[in-house]
Design a protein around this ligand. Sequence first.
Ligand code: TXA
Ligand code: MG
Length: 346
Amino acid sequence: MKTQIITVKDPHDSPREIASAAKTLRNGGLVVFPTETVYGLGGDATDPLAAKKIYAAKGRPSNNPLIIHISSPEEAEQYAVTSEYYYRLAEAFMPGPLTVILQKKDTIPLEVTGGLDTVAVRCPSHPIANSLIKAAGVPIAAPSANISGRPSPTSAQYCISDLDGKVDVIIDGGECEIGLESTIIALRSDTAVLLRPGAITYDALCCVCPHVELTDAARGTLSDNERPMAPGMMYRHYAPSAPFILLDGPREAFIPYIIARRAAGECCAAICSEQEASLLGNENTVIYGDPDDLEQQARRLFSAIREADSLGCTAIYAMKPEPVGLGLAMYNRMIRAASHTVIEIN
Ligand code: TXA
Ligand code: MG
């Protein structure tokens, strides 16, 4: 398949490109598009065949359900059973980086939900995503636009390297603002369960829902043989080919630790701040942001993991983030990329 790559800065300036990508979706094709979190690999969420194509292109097990993307919170009515708490969450956080799991209606085929009777609903704030959903006139089922097991793509370049030749269209809309996938919350009749932490933090959710349960999978403490509530949290994820190791201890101990590993002959890559990179001589370092700028670190985390992996080192080191607020979302991704390998330093 020849993949068409189109660049869109502002969807209002590119109505023909958006209309053509929307037509591809309506005809059962696959379109990669930017969102404020990460790029999505989209297909018509009402079409079981499109769902099958998504699983095939990604190399993803078909029992791992897809998120459906809508252009306004009210559209959820057509596809799911909503509730008072859904609308409270929608008012506070939609459009934005929040996914809510609800009971599904028959309009969404079981192929999309991996056989579950629930459906994940998200209303993205990115203008390209929003225009594309509106123009398509159907909800868009979209997992992150990476090959299964690789870090989620935060720029079109990574979508191209993973999916060129496997999808009809890739819309290049620049770098994603947030860089980590949406927060996922499951709503039951009387409880809310946080399945995946993201830029909408646990504390922010607690301001809207009186009781939010934090799962072990969200905390990053789920052991390998336990079954998470979001099937996707079960799979080895974001895994670089070189071992990725988290270092836990005072930040000042980071540079001396890397220098000692290198002195011992290890070819190690460090994911760190600009200042730390210069102290390490900039060799085999990837900058993801300042220690006190979590938003910047989150935005660059996945690209940093990909870049560090491309250096061909035998190990990749990063400091363990403090698992609170946005740090919990980072920790959740990093601990799985590290297959739970944490080394204490001091
Ligand atoms: O930010 C995001 O959420 C991105 C962008 C493209 O919107 N999408 C994304 O999709 O990260 P994906 O498929 O890579 O991750 C969705 C997660 C998976 O872990 C999946 O198992 C879980 O959501 N999920 C989807 N539907 C579910 C359901 N009905 N019940 C429980 N978990 C569900
Ligand atoms: Mg994913």
